[in-house]
Design a protein around this ligand. Sequence first.
Ligand code: PEP
Ligand code: MN
Length: 345
Amino acid sequence: MIIAIKRGTAPEAVRTFIALLEKQGVKVHISEGASQTVLGLVGDTTGVDEKSLQAHHLVEKVIRVQEPYKRANRLFHPEDTRIDITGSDGGVRHIGAGYLGIIAGPCSVETREQILQVAQGVKQAGAGFLRGGAFKPRTSPYSFQGLGCEGLDLLREAKRETGLPIVTELMAIHQLEVFDEVDIIQVGARNMQNFTLLKELGHCRKPILLKRGYAATITELLMAAEYIMAGGNDRIILCERGIRTFDSYTRNTLDLSAIPALKKQSHLPVVVDPSHATGLSWMVPSMAKAAVAAGADGLILEVHNDPENARCDGEQSITPAVFAVLMQVLQKYAAIEGRAMYGRV
Ligand code: PEP
Ligand code: MN
């Protein structure tokens, strides 16, 4: 249930009203917009009398929320959410609410030279964040599983050298112990409905990049975000990374329509991963541009200094040179739409 408070109501009066609502056994989520305060009621609202609320002198409107997701719902938070992340260089990067966040780097951290070279390359081209997997979810147990803690050490070194905040995947909650210096925690497609993991991440204070499962609906993705938000962590970045369809020409099928759909339903920023969506490096720049044109708040791209010899996902990795050309086009796209590229700090 959503309650829009009349414009101009004193904050003290709103607080008293919230206390009254909480006495009825519901939790109240407050969204203070530039012009209006909106209260979102979560929990069991059956005991709340809608008619008497509607008659309350502070209330402008009461709306019943049909969707099962509440905190992730745009009705609860009409304005776009902006996620702010400070790099070790002191620069603040924003994602969402008019800011494009570009995350780039290899599928997995392989060697010191590899991660440092790619990190320098993407930074020079204007990326805002460095990605790199240390713990990799591989379909085969015999494939390279990532360097684990050693990979995290190398990512930390790349972070120190470039100032770029780092994004890496967490597969099990105990790994949080070694994620201290990780700036954005990625939850992979395979773990999108690992509810135990999602609940634990709800208690964590770091932003979460939540990737859509390859057979997950828009509602299921938003429910996964809701799991994390219900625990108190509302810094979620949604990620469309392709879904499984009948066609095998591309690795997955990029669901571009997920971008406007998610942004209509939710206030959370939406980024797109054209690398895993297509599986084909030559297609990545086109799909990256399409995603930004469709309203994405950012991209996560696999970039490798030597794609042919990559230990993981080389066929979908672009080189730093291709990334640099793409970034120049994206800067222009962002400018046309009056959106800022946070990357240059
Ligand atoms: C990745 O980004 O490294 C990855 C494994 O992606 P996904 O979970 O989308 O397959
Ligand atoms: Mn990959």
